[in-house]
Design a protein. Structure first.
Ligand SMILES: [Zn+2]
Ligand SMILES: [Zn+2]
Length: 339
């Protein structure tokens, strides 16, 4: 039951994404095939076109769709189930999965470009294999994934909104998280006034354009009196230092952005002891997809999590290159591809 499928593919590092027809094989043992309904367009997909990630690769990791075929040995899913893809693979067996930290699953590193068994179900029309980004490759009409990269969701949840549960607008989502957690004061920092305006709509009562400040850390310390938490969502050593620098005593700086592997920063180490400060990282928002995705859907349905507002523009799969251009230009909170 092989499917011909239009897909967004990175053919060459640093070159624009192309849309082409590919072949998606039927699921093997432990796998399932999804007919995609929507897929979010994310900076991580763009990163895959800029870093030495082995091309050609089918992009997309924020997909939502319906199961159309299940492989041997899959008992938790059936044809017709609604599912979202997970950027991380969850084996349920390694010590990280077993201790509630599936975002650090040992299998995820093996399932970064192929499926967990090291092979792929995707080929181009000439018969050459295509990698799949993050074990997903869901920026395509059909995708065959391992069940460890999939989470079942409530059928009542609109699939275009569900696609954003798996990632979606990291900075704005951090602001929403603070809001839901009941933060006393939320301050958004960016260099773009348009982004700061969006931040206000998502729950930031205060904003600061760091371009207009000679010393952003000083301005933030004055405004907040020292932050309890600071989230770095940019992916830059310099911003990591800023996040740590604005903490008050007992504060925690959380690095969410993915910095360049060669990026470094320095901090005054005495403040770790005297101020009891913490500098830590968060991969995939510390999410445990099988527990947290349904929880986020509950928050959305209760009107506490804004997802509708995240979708600035929708695209067809043929318009995928435009969606990447718009993302690079910073036009969208989120672009979503509809199939
Ligand atoms: Zn694991
Ligand atoms: Zn993403």
């Amino acid at each position: 039951m092989e499917q011909k499928s239009k897909a967004a593919v990175c053919r060459e590092i640093g070159k624009p994404v192309v849309v082409e027809e590919i072949l998606v094989e039927a699921p093997r043992r432990g796998e399932l095939m999804i007919k995609l309904s929507t897929c979010g367009v994310c900076h991580s997909d763009l990163s895959a076109t800029n870093i030495p990630f082995p091309p050609p690769v089918v992009l997309g990791h924020e997909g939502a769709g319906v199961v159309v075929a299940v492989g041997e040995g899959v008992s938790d899913y059936a044809v017709g189930d609604h599912v979202v893809s997970s950027f991380i693979s969850m084996c349920d067996k390694c010590r990280y999965c077993q201790t509630g930290r599936p975002q650090l699953c040992d299998q995820a590193a093996r399932a970064a470009a192929p499926l967990p068994d090291g092979t792929v179900r995707t080929r181009d029309l000439a018969g050459n294999p295509l990698s799949v980004f993050s074990g997903c490759g869901v920026m395509a009409e059909y995708a065959t994934l391992h069940a460890d990269n999939v989470v079942k969701i409530d059928q009542q949840m609109p699939l275009d909104r569900a696609a954003l549960i798996g990632c979606g607008g990291v900075g704005l989502s951090a602001i929403q998280g603070c809001h839901i957690a009941g933060a006393r004061m939320i301050v958004a920092v960016d260099t773009s006034d348009a982004k700061l305006e969006m931040a206000r709509q998502f729950g930031a009562a205060h904003t600061l354009n760091s371009r207009n400040e000679e010393n952003p850390a000083k301005a933030l310390l004055k405004l907040t009196g020292g932050a309890d938490f600071a989230f770095e969502c940019e992916g830059s050593g310099e911003v990591v230092a800023l996040a740590y620098g604005v903490l008050g005593k007992g504060g925690t700086a959380v690095v969410v952005g993915v910095t360049n592997p060669k990026d470094t920063t320095s901090i005054r180490t005495a403040s770790l002891t005297f101020g009891e400060k913490t500098l830590t990282g968060s991969y995939f928002g510390w999410a445990r997809p099988r527990q947290d995705f349904p929880r986020l859907i509950g928050l959305y349905r209760a009107g506490r999590l804004k997802l509708d507002e995240l979708i600035t523009r929708t695209y067809s799969i043929d318009e995928a290159p435009q969606a990447f251009e718009d993302m690079q230009a910073g036009c969208n909170a989120r672009g979503v591809i509809f199939f």
